[in-house]
Design a protein around this ligand. Structure first.
Ligand code: TXE
Length: 495
């Protein structure tokens, strides 16, 4: 066991008074104190003041002032350089950020280091590379030149303004960085609203950004109750764009609130992602693939697979191999570097998963492994394997967002593709096979924003990410993000 010792700076940070980060300064605010609970122990580790209307107004005003002033006056390359400086600072504070993240979310420390910090740094550097490359185009104008005059047209890419970014608890740094870096490199400024469960890490990142030279107001963080602050932020007159990642019901309400005011909105919501294994894969390859697709970070990844389709003739052998592998995983404190199964992120989430598994039992699904919390403090739930009765089982339709794989055997690839697409959601999917022809054809037919072939869950900043159907709209990353954070202005001239 290699239990990580908390850094002195982490202890000191937890003991500070926390609230918001507005106009370049840490501002506790005066709202009620909300406890931050370590999901590995159930113990309170810090307290954060809830925001109120005054905090929202102050953050939005600071962001608007920076948008019109210091941030707009900076050159595009200057903005890119600051993003690179923040990336360097996060790298230097890697362990500190990773420890704070693990304490708030229960994420295994190795994942906090590699996914939250290292990946956030990679995304920051990717977006920084767009600085100076976001531009319009010049176009020929076809108006008749009656008196010999000529025309020329061109487009300008203008930043939208103040972007409100609403962040979930599953990747409190990385998802915030996706939204923040994309907005900033386009010339927008941001007000971030972290999840109530993970309010600390972005406060620390915002301070690192200020220390790196970001002007006051470019990056603001307001903490508190999402149901209260969300509408205030979206309806604020300075809000020019909303970008949200989180649950389907909250996302719908955010989408409705923004659309009612004609504010552009990007929604990255959950779903019920499928993974299809074709019969040519070996049992070992299928087991490895299922663990990668469904059980990383206790399944708390929006792109994780929850519906697994296995060839009927191999189903029993694969499930028995999977159960043997899951049984060997190390259930441990997330501060243990050998931890492979940590707690779920919060009590409410644990209770939601417990209810869904209880409903599955009532439905007549077979819980082959797990399905309960081990005897230890904190919000643990064992990796769970469920052989579902049919595609109509609750667990084939409702997102658990947890370590609960639902398995259905199939006999006919054509029919299973129809079952896979018969879902109101479409964030992510994967197909696993050595048959290139099938891999290409099936990936084209699967209804999802991203389809992986022989892999699952891994994202790259160069490849757009976002859902189809009920899983949201808009695309993050690639060049696609530019459309989401800028608008085109046309200029036409006669000479
Ligand atoms: O998510 P919410 P919650 C799933 C997961 C979990 C369930 C509820 O199954 O058990 O959702 O989690 C803010 N206007 N996912 O309640 O509500 C909120 O403060 C504007 C899946 O944490 O989606 C937080 O910052 N904002 C998911 C953010 O929205 C509002 C990731 C997300 O919270 C708001 C997280 C409102 N009316 C949970 N109400 C995924 N698929 O990525 C809340 N918020």
């Amino acid at each position: 066991m290699t239990q990580v010792k908390l850094l002195a700076v982490v202890d000191a940070f937890l003991q500070r008074e926390h609230g918001h980060f507005i106009n370049g300064l840490s501002q506790p605010g005066g709202g009620a104190l909300r406890p931050v609970v370590n999901p590995a122990t159930g113990q309170e580790i810090a307290r954060v003041h809830d925001g109120c209307a005054e905090d929202v107004s102050a953050a939005m005003a600071a962001a608007q002032q920076a948008f019109r002033g210091s941030w707009a006056e900076m050159t595009a390359l200057g903005r890119g350089k600051l993003l690179l400086k923040l990336a360097d600072a996060m790298e230097q504070h890697r362990e500190e950020l990773a420890q704070i993240e693990t304490l708030c979310s229960g994420k295994a420390i190795t994942l906090s280091r590699e996914l939250e910090v290292d990946q956030a740094v990679a995304f920051l550097r990717y977006f920084a590379g767009w600085a100076g490359k976001i531009c319009g185009e010049t176009t020929e104008i076809s108006l008749p030149p009656r008196g010999g005059e000529k025309y020329r047209g061109f487009t300008l890419r203008e930043p939208l303004g103040v972007v409100v970014g609403i962040i979930p608890w599953n990747f409190s740094i990385m998802i915030a960085i996706w939204k923040m870096a994309a907005a900033l490199v386009c010339g927008c400024t941001v007000v971030l609203k972290p999840s109530e469960f993970t309010p600390l890490t972005m406060l620390r990142v915002a301070q690192l950004a200020a220390d790196a030279g970001f002007p006051p107001g470019a990056i603001n963080v307001v903490n508190g109750n999402g149901g209260l602050l969300g509408p205030m932020l979206i309806e604020h007159p300075f809000c020019a764009k909303v970008t949200f990642t989180g649950s389907v019901p909250t996302g719908r309400s955010v989408g409705n609130a923004a659309s009612a005011l004609a504010i552009p909105v990007t929604l990255e919501l959950g779903g019920k992602n499928p993974a299809l294994f074709l019969a040519d894969m070996t049992v070992g390859e299928m087991v490895d693939g299922i663990i990668e697709a469904g059980y990383l970070n206790q399944g708390q990844i929006c792109a994780s697979a929850e519906r697994f389709y296995l060839p009927a003739e191999k189903m029993d052998e694969v499930l028995s191999g999977l159960i043997q592998r899951l049984a060997r995983l190390n259930v441990a404190s997330p501060l243990d570097e050998a931890c492979q199964v940590g707690p779920l992120a919060n009590k409410a989430h644990l209770e939601k998963i417990q209810k869904l598994v209880a409903r599955a039992k009532e439905d007549g699904d077979e819980i082959l492994y797990g399905g309960y919390s081990p005897e230890r403090p904190g919000y643990y739930f064992l990796p769970t394997v469920v052989k579902v009765r049919s595609e109509n089982s609750t667990l084939m339709r409702e997102e658990t967002f947890g370590p609960v794989g639902s398995f259905l055997a199939y006999h006919d690839e054509e029919k299973v593709l129809q079952q896979i697409n018969n879902s109101p959601f479409g964030l992510a999917a994967s197909v696993w096979t050595h048959n290139l022809n099938k891999a290409m054809r099936y990936s084209e037919r699967m209804q999802a924003g991203i389809v992986w072939i022989n892999m699952h869950s891994l994202l790259d900043p160069a490849l757009p990410f976002g859902g189809v159907k009920g899983s949201g709209n808009g695309r993050e990353f690639g060049s696609a993000f530019i459309n989401d954070y800028t608008r085109l202005k046309s200029v036409m001239m006669r000479y």
